[in-house]
Write a protein that binds this ligand. Structure first.
Ligand code: ARG
Length: 594
């Protein structure tokens, strides 16, 4: 489906050129949604300043040169010089009738003519399809429980990955798991103590925290164990075969655990996407050497440090990023420098998204700044930290169990599914046990994911299963129910002749709904450009509400004439397609029935 704003942008480009000359062709017409029309163009205000003229005069010159025949009603100039734009119902109806509401890009047809120029910008508008986008997300730690923070980086990252793929970008997923570092000394020693084949060891795949805590307790209380653990770290870093094998076993147990959560969550991450900290071991010495050679790193208090420009502490003292500790070991920061380099040079990224908690903001700013200075991040490559806010409990603090222990993610998800099942059983849907399980999972998991996605990723929110599962409001169940309801309407028709029927938008509620449907491509482009899945949530919620008003005001199955009935059926079907596609890129399924 072509993007409506791209079409308007193209028509304004022509009008601006005709009005003020070639130089003004590429000026952003500042198309925004409007209270008084479908859209408004605000460009006359900044232009008036520049051209030392009155905004309303500028606006009227533009309108004189603006060709929107067959697209919009005559534009109106309002307020200080806004140009109000209202699509004709015929244009909206014929665009919808051509179908492909969920296809991205595509030419705009106005009357009999195809507007080729619009095709080009529509594709560009879709946040540059054809880009290679590396997305670093999820990134839990080996032999540790995933926490709600990881839930959010996983869900948001997966939605961004799906959105970019939908738009025709190539996505390279990178699950930067914490699979290296000093704790592995004690974890390996503990593994040897309990026995590799023991139940305690296998239990890491179910309940990693217990294992980790037991190792930790021994490390703190048993000097001999601590000594063994330290020398184990040295063997691990030295590449000792037997130690590496043990380490791999530990990573393997955790992989099983991660994959169980991923499949429960219905996220797209696979084993091939694992690119943990250990992956960069062989690059770390070279990263340090290169930074030293380039004069960017120097020894300070025995450690090799980079002092990136513009980063200072409280006293104005330059802040270091330690890239090699005084004992010769490397840490998290060095690994991330190696990872950036790898993502650009080996993976060919045009854009790299780091979907990671907000507390790491400073770390990434420093890493990005050093990577730029070192020449690892060429001009054209964008790197962004998609900051993830906290998930809070009722008490306003980071979500934990009552006893204060970190929450077990698997339990939380299973509870969501169980509650969804109870609600289904209370409503009168007659499901067999199999369908009930499928629907309960779609609803329970959908609810949790949607709650994560529907707030801006950098704000915190309170984890509240009752609110997430509510059948009304901006929730997954509300949208899933809207989809299931449309399906049930469509099931009541005995033929599918309506599938090719022309769409008419005679009633105001029909026109609103049509306009809402046509906003899909624009919102996807916004989600991709701004890494903002919550915009898609808001859009889908609005769409579902427009559908509800339409359905209340416009009889579908008992419409006055077969033409009107078929048009309304097809409109409903188009809404369903958009709901499914939209929830699909958010990683949420729409059940057949609810
Ligand atoms: N494992 C880290 C954590 O749990 C997140 C890693 C994020 N990605 C990265 N490239 N640093 O906090």
């Amino acid at each position: 489906m072509p993007s409506l704003t791209s079409l308007l942008n193209d028509r304004f480009a022509l009008a601006l050129e005709l009005s003020f000359g070639e130089d003004f062709k590429r000026r952003d017409p500042v198309i925004r949604s409007s209270q008084f029309a479908d859209f408004q163009a605000n460009v006359a205000l900044p232009l008036a300043k520049e051209l030392k003229s009155k905004p309303r005069d500028i606006a009227s010159t533009i309108v004189d040169n603006l060709d929107l025949a067959g697209i919009c009603e005559t534009p109106e100039i309002s307020g200080p010089g806004f140009i109000n734009l209202t699509f004709t119902a015929d244009f909206l109806a014929s665009t919808l009738s051509r179908g492909g509401a969920t296809e991205v890009g595509g030419a705009v047809e106005v009357g009999d003519a195809v507007d080729e120029s619009a095709e080009v910008t529509a594709a560009k508008g879709a946040a540059g399809s054809g880009q290679r986008i590396v997305i670093d997300y999820s990134a839990p730690n080996v032999a540790k429980e995933m926490h709600v923070g990881h839930l959010r980086t996983t869900v948001v990252g997966d939605a961004l990955a799906r959105t970019h793929e939908y738009l025709g970008n190539t996505v390279v997923r990178q699950n930067h798991i914490g699979d290296w570092g000093t704790p592995f000394g004690m974890l390996i020693e503990h593994l040897l103590d309990v026995g590799i084949e023991s139940e305690t060891a296998q239990d890491i795949s179910d309940n990693p925290n217990a294992f980790y805590q037991a190792a930790r307790a021994k490390f703190d209380g048993d000097e001999a164990f601590a000594t063994r653990s330290r020398s184990r770290v040295v063997s691990l870093q030295g590449g000792d075969e037997a130690t590496l094998e043990l380490w791999e076993r530990l990573v393997g147990f955790s992989k099983t655990y991660f994959n169980r959560i991923y499949s429960l969550l219905d996220v797209t991450l696979q084993d091939d996407d694992l690119a943990g900290e250990s992956k960069y071991n062989d690059d770390l010495a070279a990263v340090c050497a290169e930074l030293e050679d380039k004069g960017l790193a120097r020894i300070s208090d025995g450690a090799l440090c980079v002092f990136p420009e513009g980063f200072t502490g409280r006293e104005g003292e330059p802040l270091p990023l330690i890239i090699r500790k005084s004992d010769g070991g490397y840490g998290y920061a060095t690994t991330d420098l190696a990872a950036v380099r790898h993502r650009v040079t080996e993976l060919g990224a045009d854009r790299v998204l780091y979907v990671v908690g907000t507390p790491q903001a400073m770390h990434f700013e420093m890493v990005f700044s050093i990577a730029r200075a070192a020449g690892w991040l060429p001009e054209g490559v964008a790197v962004e930290h998609v900051k993830i806010g906290n998930v809070l409990g009722d008490d306003g603090k980071i979500l934990r169990t009552r006893s204060g222990a970190p929450l077990r993610l698997a339990e939380l998800l299973e509870e969501a599914i169980a509650r969804a099942k109870t609600t289904l059983q209370e409503s009168n849907a007659e499901f067999g046990p199999e369908e009930e399980a499928v629907v309960a999972k779609a609803v329970g998991i959908g609810a949790v994911k949607y709650a994560d996605l529907s707030v801006a990723h950098d704000t915190s929110y309170t984890f509240d299963l009752d609110r997430m599962l509510a059948p009304i409001g901006n929730t997954a169940p509300y949208l899933q129910y809207a989809g299931a309801r449309i399906r049930s309407i469509l099931r009541k028709t005995d033929d599918d002749a309506f599938a090719a029927a022309p769409i008419h938008l005679g009633e105001a509620a029909e026109r609103d709904l049509g306009l809402s449907i046509l906003g899909f491509s624009d919102v996807l482009a916004e989600v991709a450009a701004g890494s903002a899945p919550h915009r898609l949530c808001t859009y889908l919620f609005d769409l579902a509400q427009s559908f509800t008003s339409f359905y209340e005001q416009c009889p579908v199955l008992i419409a006055d004439s077969p033409e009107v009935r078929d048009s309304r059926l097809r409109l409903s079907q188009t809404v369903l397609e958009v709901l499914e596609a939209g929830l699909g890129v958010l990683g949420i399924r729409v059940p057949e029935r609810m």
